[in-house]
Structure formats: structure tokens, C-alpha cells
Design a protein around this ligand. Structure first.
Ligand SMILES: C[C@@]1(CC(=O)O)C2=NC(=C\c3[nH]c(c(CCC(=O)O)c3CC(=O)O)Cc3[nH]c(c(CC(=O)O)c3CCC(=O)O)/C=C3\N/C(=C\2)[C@@H](CCC(=O)O)[C@]3(C)CC(=O)O)/[C@H]1CCC(=O)O
Ligand SMILES: NC(=O)c1ccc[n+]([C@@H]2O[C@H](COP(=O)([O-])OP(=O)(O)OC[C@H]3O[C@@H](n4cnc5c(N)ncnc54)[C@H](O)[C@@H]3O)[C@@H](O)[C@H]2O)c1
Length: 413
């Protein structure tokens, strides 16, 4: 028996025996990275058990006393990017299998620079194979192959990744392509690269494991080569099982259970952030917001408030033109172009969306209702004699306030 929350890996599934073996090997790497955690593997399709079955099996391993505000089970998609499986299929399986238990569901693997590192290792291995001549990256163009999705963000992420890999490995050119759903297709991208002058092409599948997509890719490249004599093409290996990707996965698990050392419970890094002239977003205009906005204004921040209703103080600041108040609910694009975010609405779902979007855009965000899901804390702050005292503890604000006040007294003598 263990007192750690079990993990369900929600993988895609494949008919390809080698791909299935790779998936199982990956699950073993995750087990090695998370000692003591019971890990179940489930599939969205083409293999057994399905994710609902894996969730059901994992229920037997829930520890006896999980605090009521913590998850009893973590489910993570073993997928590179968002899309229909991540957004709909896996959540439906979780509903079907969880039997009333509290499940925390994390995000896909990308974007994480460690996954990109593994992709670049596979690509570099194909440039310099053990059994053939080494190719120089700057004589070669890259065609990076993504799965393709109905989700614009996932496709856009593939373009971004292509640019990164192209520059980091040092290719002469880098062309994104998709094996399914959207274009440019692989043959189209190969032709684009050749039209741009390339004669030596490295095709890099950004797929986790072997399977039908990888087989189609070889077939498409072979067919294209028949009509393009004189062009040389190499295809790199899929990402495959990798201890580094298992580490990323283990971190995703730790984020979900809020384990110390990974966010919650870890010490904060105090800085004096200089906000003069910089845009700051405050979501909510009630008690918490009105306590925090004056200090942001003192620091010279340009404060943008989004809230359907404002308390008297924030409404007055808006009338005076000292803050910009948009009288409506939060929308994700409010986070665009800001340097710092305070999620201070009284709706936990709204605060969760705010902090998720801030995380995505890599903007620090205080989440006032659930600090463990934010990336910054508000210290108990006061200024005296040209010195700013800021105290931050660990979710015990009243104690921080007491300590701050004692420090201020000491400064005054
Ligand atoms: C210091 C101060 C600065 C400021 O806000 O300016 C501050 N909280 C203050 C007041 C206060 N906070 C709370 C109450 C009502 C209850 C009570 O009285 O205890 C009151 C009193 C009031 O509101 O009057 C409840 C509360 N607070 C947090 C959670 C959520 C959670 O922990 O997950 C909940 C439960 C919410 C709920 O129940 O839903 C979280 C955080 N609050 C922090 C800072 C961050 C670092 C804390 C630290 O150093 O430990 C942190 C972690 C993140 C953040 O929000 O930045 C300010 C005193 C200013 C002053 O007096 O000068
Ligand atoms: N961290 C802290 O110091 C601390 C202290 C007290 C309370 N809290 C927590 O913070 C939350 C906010 O507390 P409060 O006292 O300021 O609440 P409040 O009720 O005074 O204000 C809530 C604000 O959220 C706004 N809001 C509601 N839905 C919104 C949406 N869709 N988009 C944008 N804004 C929206 C409301 O219009 C209102 O302005 C509470 O739910 C509580 O959990 C935190």
C-alpha cells in the first residue's frame, strides 16, 4: 500500500506491435521517475484497456486519507499537443471511469523544451548515422512532420516548433508539414523545400511512437521520391521511449498533486518588480482587487481591470481615469501584452482560466483563491523611510502581516 495518488497515462493506442511496446516501455520509465506511484496505462483507441478501464483499475490504489481539496487520482494525456483526444475523448473516459472520485487532469507534453531536445537528438542522429555518411545541417533542409489537428493552436505550435528546431540544429531551411487533417501535406512541403533550392532533405516525424502515422510517412516519402530523382531524403526516428520525456511527464504529475519542490510549497524568489508604464491585468474588482490595485498604481503600473461588477473603490478609480475598467467577464485575450496578472474574481473557474492562460503566455500570475495554482504570491508589503518591507510566508497571510508590522516597528526605532 502506498500513500501516493495513482497516475493514469492516457495514451493513443496503435495496432503496431512495436509502437505498443514503445508505449509500455515509456510507462515503465514513468514508473521509474515516480517511485511509489501506482501507474496505470490506458488507451483512447486500438488497444486495451481503454482509459475508462484504466481509471477504474486505478481506483483500487487510491490512498485512504486524501484531503478533500486534493485529487485522489491524476490522469495525464500521453499526447504531444492539444486536440480532440485531449479536449473531449479523454475527459469523457474519465467521467465514465471515475465513479465519483476526484480526478485531476493535466495537459499535453508540448510545449516543453525537453521534448524538443529529444526531437533534436533524433534528428541529429539521422544527420550522422552510424552506417552512412554524415550530413551537414547547413547543407540540408528540414521537413518537420506534425500530426495535424482541428485545433488551430496545435497547428500553430507545430510551426513554432519547426522554426525552433530549424534554427537550433542549424538547417539551411525548415518547412512545417502535417500527416493528416491540415496542409501543407508532407509531399507539398518536400516540393516547397526543393523549389527553394534544397537537394538534401531530412524528414523529422514529431510523433511519440511508431505506428501507422510513421508507416504512412515512409510511404508518402517513397512515392514522392519516385517523381523527384536526384533528391536525397532521410527520415529520423520517432521520439520513442525517453527518460527525459518521462521526466516531463513526472513533472506534470507533480504539478497536479502540488508536491513540494514543484510550485506549491517551494520557496518563492522575491524580487522588486518594476512595473512603471507596464500593463497589468486585474481580473475581478472586489475586496481583494481593491486592496492590491493601489500598490500597483504606486508602482506606476497601467492597471487594466476586467470584471462585470466593481466595488466602490475600484469604480471610483475607474471614474478618475486611474485604472481602465472593462465592465464584462474575463476572456483569454485579456492576458495578451500584459506583464503581470492578478486573478481575483470570486469564481474559481474564471480564476483557473486566467492562471492557465497566463501560464501559457508565460506571464506571472497571482491566483488569489488558490495560490498553489498561481505563479506568484502577493507579499505583505509596507514602506517606511525609503525602505520597502515585504514578507511572504506560505499561505498564512495573517502571520506575514504580523511579521511585517514587527519589522516596521524595528525600522522606526
Ligand atoms: C499578505 C496579503 C497581501 C495582499 O493581499 O495584499 C495576502 N493576503 C492578505 C490577506 C488575506 N488573505 C486571505 C484573507 C481572508 C482570510 C484570513 O483572514 O485569513 C485575508 C484578509 C483579508 O482579506 O482581509 C485569505 C487567503 N489568502 C490566500 C488564499 C488562497 C490560498 O492560500 O490558496 C486565501 C483563502 C481564500 C479563500 O478562502 O478562498 C493566498 C495568499 N494571500 C497572500 C497575501 C499570498 C501570500 C501569503 C503569505 O505570505 O502567506 C497568497 C498565498 C497568494 C496571493 O493571493 O497573493 C494580505 C494581507 C495584507 C494586509 O493586511 O496588509
Ligand atoms: N488571496 C487573498 O488574500 C484573499 C483574501 C480573501 C479572499 N480571497 C479569495 O479571492 C476571491 C475574491 O475575493 P473578493 O473578496 O475580492 O471577492 P468579491 O466578491 O468582493 O469580488 C469578486 C469580483 O470578481 C468579479 N467577477 C466575477 N465573475 C467574473 C468574471 N467572469 N470575469 C471577471 N471578473 C469576475 C466580480 O465582478 C467582482 O468584482 C474569493 O473568492 C476568495 O476565494 C483571497
Amino acid at each position: 500500500m502506498t500513500d501516493l495518488v495513482p497516475l493514469v497515462i492516457a495514451a493513443h493506442g496503435t495496432r503496431d506491435a512495436q509502437g505498443l511496446a514503445q508505449t509500455r516501455a515509456f510507462a515503465d520509465e514513468v514508473r521509474a521517475a515516480l517511485p511509489g506511484v501506482h501507474v496505470e496505462l490506458g488507451f483512447v483507441e486500438l488497444a486495451e484497456p481503454d482509459v475508462a478501464g484504466a481509471v477504474h483499475n486505478a481506483l483500487a490504489h487510491i490512498p485512504d486519507a486524501v484531503p478533500s481539496d486534493e485529487p485522489e487520482l491524476v490522469v495525464l494525456p500521453l499526447m504531444l499537443n492539444t486536440g480532440g483526444h485531449v479536449n473531449s475523448d479523454i475527459p469523457e473516459f474519465i467521467e465514465a471511469g471515475r465513479d465519483g472520485h476526484r480526478v485531476s487532469y493535466g495537459g499535453p507534453l508540448l510545449p516543453d523544451p525537453r521534448v524538443r531536445q529529444v526531437l533534436e537528438e533524433r534528428i541529429n542522429a539521422a544527420l550522422a548515422p552510424a552506417d552512412g555518411p554524415a550530413w551537414r545541417a547547413d547543407d540540408t533542409s528540414l521537413v518537420l512532420v506534425g500530426r495535424g489537428a482541428l485545433t488551430t493552436r496545435a497547428n500553430a505550435e507545430h510551426y513554432r516548433l519547426t522554426r525552433y528546431v530549424g534554427e537550433e540544429v542549424g538547417f539551411a531551411g525548415a518547412f512545417p508539414s502535417f500527416i493528416q487533417v491540415v496542409r501543407p501535406s508532407v509531399p507539398e512541403a518536400l516540393t516547397m523545400a526543393v523549389d527553394a533550392g534544397a537537394t538534401q532533405l531530412l524528414v523529422g516525424p514529431n510523433f511519440l511512437f511508431r505506428g501507422r502515422l510513421r508507416t504512412w510517412l515512409s510511404e508518402q516519402v517513397d512515392a514522392w521520391l519516385e517523381t523527384h530523382p536526384g533528391i536525397e531524403v532521410r527520415i529520423s526516428d520517432v521520439l520513442g521511449p525517453s527518460p527525459l520525456i518521462a521526466e516531463v511527464f513526472a513533472d506534470r504529475y507533480r504539478e497536479q498533486v502540488g508536491e513540494p519542490g514543484n510550485g506549491d510549497g517551494a520557496p518563492v524568489y522575491l524580487s522588486g518588480v518594476r512595473l512603471a508604464g507596464r500593463r497589468v491585468l486585474v481580473v475581478g474588482a472586489g475586496h481583494v482587487a481593491e486592496r492590491r490595485i493601489p500598490r500597483l498604481l504606486e508602482a506606476g503600473a497601467r492597471v487594466h481591470v476586467v470584471a462585470p461588477n466593481a466595488g466602490i473603490r475600484v469604480a471610483r478609480l475607474a471614474e478618475q481615469g486611474r485604472v481602465d475598467w472593462q465592465q464584462r467577464g474575463f476572456t483569454e485575450s485579456d492576458v495578451d501584452e500584459v506583464w503581470f496578472v492578478l486573478a481575483a474574481s470570486n469564481d474559481p473557474e474564471v480564476n483557473a482560466r486566467v492562471s492557465a492562460e497566463a501560464e501559457r503566455q508565460r506571464v506571472f500570475c497571482v491566483r488569489s483563491d488558490k495560490s498553489s495554482d498561481g505563479t506568484a504570491y502577493t507579499p505583505a508589503t509596507e514602506e517606511a523611510g525609503g525602505i520597502t518591507v515585504a514578507v511572504v510566508g506560505h499561505r498564512n497571510p495573517r502571520r506575514s502581516v504580523r511579521v511585517r508590522d514587527e519589522l516596521l516597528k524595528a525600522l522606526q526605532v
